[in-house]
Ligand binder design. Structure first.
Ligand code: MG
Length: 423
C-alpha cells in the first residue's frame, strides 16, 4: 500500500470462489478479462483486495490452480486474517481486536457436543480465530441457535456463519468479512488513503456483511447463492448501491464497475483489434497488457498472420533496443519480433494463456518509464512466470517506444525452462 501516495481511486474487495473465480469455466475467461482490465486501467492507482473463506493453505492452492492476480491485501479465513502485499505481512492490530471474548478451547469443547451434526473440516481450515465444520442444510439453523446460547453462557461473544449450503464457521463476534472491511477502511482513512470508491463483490452467505458497510457499492454476481439473494431481499432490496449482476463471476464485477460508473470497464480482452486502438495519453500499463494479449492471440492463431502487425510492433521498438531472455542471451528487440512469425498459431487448439500481473510503472526522468511486471504463461498444465522489466521512452505526440526488455525466472515459477519461451 506504500506505493500509493494518494487515496486509491477504486478499491475492489472480492470474494474468490464463485465470485472472482468461476469454477464452471475451465478456460477462466471472465477472470482473464478482469485481470487485463485491472492491470490496464487500475493497478497503478487502485487497490485489489481478496476476501475469502479459505485459509492461507487453501488460498495458496487456488492461486496455483487459477490465473489470479496478486492482490494488495488478502483477507482470509472469513475475515479473521488480514495480510498485506506479496509477502503477506499479517495485521497484528486485527489479531488483538479478535482476541476479545474469544477462547479457542471453549469453542472446541462446546462444538464437540454436537458431534452428530457437526463434522470438523480439515486441519488446515482450523485457524486461531476460526473453527470450521460441515453441517447438513436441515440442521444448520437449529445447531447455530443452540451453540450460540451455550457459548454465550461460557462468557464468549461469537458469530456463527452458515455459508455455501454446507459450511459452518465459528468466529469471534468482531470478525467476519464485513468487519474486516470496516477495519481496513478505518485504517486507510487514518492514513489519509480512504478509497474514493469501494466495490464489494460476492456470491454467498458470508459475503452479505460486505454489502452492509456504509458507502460501499456491492455486486452479487449472477450466480449468487439463494442464501445471499434471500438476505438481499430481506435487508437491502431498496439499496441502489447493491446490484444483482446479469453476468457470472468476474464478468459481474466488470458489469458493476460500469453500472456504478467507477471507472473504465472495457477489458482489453473485449477489444478484438487492439493494435488499432490508440490511447490518447502514454500509458505504459496499457502498452504491456496489449502486447502480451497480442502475443497470446498470435500463438493461438486468433489474429491473422499479416505483415501489418509485425511491422507495427517493430516500429514501436527502438532500432537499438535489446531483449535479455531469461536464459541470459541477448537479442535485438526487432529480431525478437521477427522471430515471432515462426510461432504463429503454434498453440492453436491448445490450452495457452498469457497474463500480466502487478504491472507498475515509474517515470524516472520525463519521457522515460520503467515498468515492472510478472509475465505469466500457461501452456497446457505448465505455468511459467518471468519477472519482466521494460524501459519505455515517449516523444511528444508519439506513442511509447520499447527500449529495453529484461526477463528473469520468477521464484513463483513452477517450471524454469528456457526452451520455447519467446518473450
Ligand atoms: Mg464464494
Amino acid at each position: 500500500m506504500e506505493r500509493l501516495t494518494s487515496p486509491p481511486r477504486l478499491m475492489i474487495v472480492s470474494d474468490l470462489d464463485h465470485t472472482m473465480v468461476d469454477h464452471h469455466d475451465p478456460e477462466n475467461l471472465s477472470l482473464l478479462r478482469f485481470n487485463s482490465l485491472w492491470e490496464n486501467a487500475y493497478r497503478h492507482d487502485s487497490l485489489l483486495v481478496f476476501s475469502t473463506g479459505r485459509s492461507p493453505t487453501l488460498y495458496k492452492e487456488l492461486r496455483k490452480e487459477k490465473p489470479l492476480l496478486t492482490p494488495d491485501i488478502t483477507i482470509m479465513s472469513v475475515g479473521t486474517e488480514i495480510t498485506y502485499g506479496n509477502s503477506m505481512v499479517p495485521d497484528h492490530g486485527w489479531v488483538e481486536t479478535l482476541n476479545n471474548k474469544w477462547d479457542l478451547g471453549i469453542v472446541r469443547e462446546e462444538a464437540g457436543k454436537f458431534s452428530e451434526e457437526l463434522k470438523l473440516q480439515s486441519e488446515t481450515e482450523q485457524r486461531p480465530h476460526k473453527i470450521s465444520f460441515y453441517v447438513d442444510k436441515s440442521k444448520a439453523q437449529e445447531v447455530t441457535k443452540e451453540l450460540s446460547q451455550r457459548l454465550e453462557k461460557r462468557g464468549l461473544d461469537v458469530k456463527i456463519i452458515y455459508s455455501g449450503g454446507m459450511d459452518l464457521d465459528i468466529l469471534p463476534q468482531g470478525a467476519g468479512k464485513g468487519q474486516a472491511l470496516a477495519y481496513l477502511l478505518k485504517k486507510l482513512k487514518t492514513e489519509g488513503k480512504l478509497p474514493v470508491n469501494t466495490l464489494a463483490c460476492g456470491d454467498s452467505g458470508n459475503d452479505a456483511e460486505l454489502f452492509s458497510i456504509p458507502d460501499v457499492y456491492g455486486v452479487m454476481v449472477s450466480n449468487a447463492q439463494e442464501e445471499l439473494l434471500k438476505w438481499h431481499a430481506e435487508n437491502a432490496k431498496d439499496n441502489p448501491k447493491v446490484i444483482h449482476a446479469k453476468e457470472r463471476c468476474a464478468g459481474g464485477i466488470i458489469q458493476a464497475i460500469g453500472h456504478f460508473k467507477l471507472g473504465p470497464n472495457l477489458s482489453p480482452r473485449d477489444v478484438s483489434d487492439f493494435l488499432e486502438c490508440k490511447t490518447e495519453n502514454a500509458n505504459p500499463g496499457h502498452e504491456i497488457v496489449k502486447f502480451f494479449l497480442f502475443y497470446e492471440r498470435w500463438r493461438r492463431g486468433e489474429v491473422e498472420n499479416c505483415e501489418a502487425y509485425t511491422a507495427s510492433l517493430k516500429a514501436s521498438c527502438h532500432p537499438g533496443g535489446v531483449f535479455v531472455h531469461p536464459s541470459g542471451t541477448e537479442k535485438s528487440l526487432r529480431d525478437t519480433i521477427d522471430e515471432l512469425s515462426k510461432y504463429h498459431g503454434d498453440k492453436q487448439g491448445k490450452k495457452f494463456r498469457v497474463w500480466a500481473d502487478q504491472v507498475l510503472a515509474t517515470d524516472t526522468t520525463p519521457g522515460t518509464w520503467i515498468v515492472k511486471l510478472d509475465k505469466w504463461e500457461q501452456s497446457d498444465d505448465e505455468r511459467r512466470c518471468c519477472t519482466t522489466t521494460v524501459k519505455f521512452t515517449s516523444k511528444e505526440g508519439e506513442g511509447l517506444v520499447w527500449e529495453h526488455v529484461q526477463q528473469t525466472w520468477s521464484e513463483q515459477s513452477e517450471v524454469k525452462d528456457n526452451s520455447s519461451w519467446i518473450i
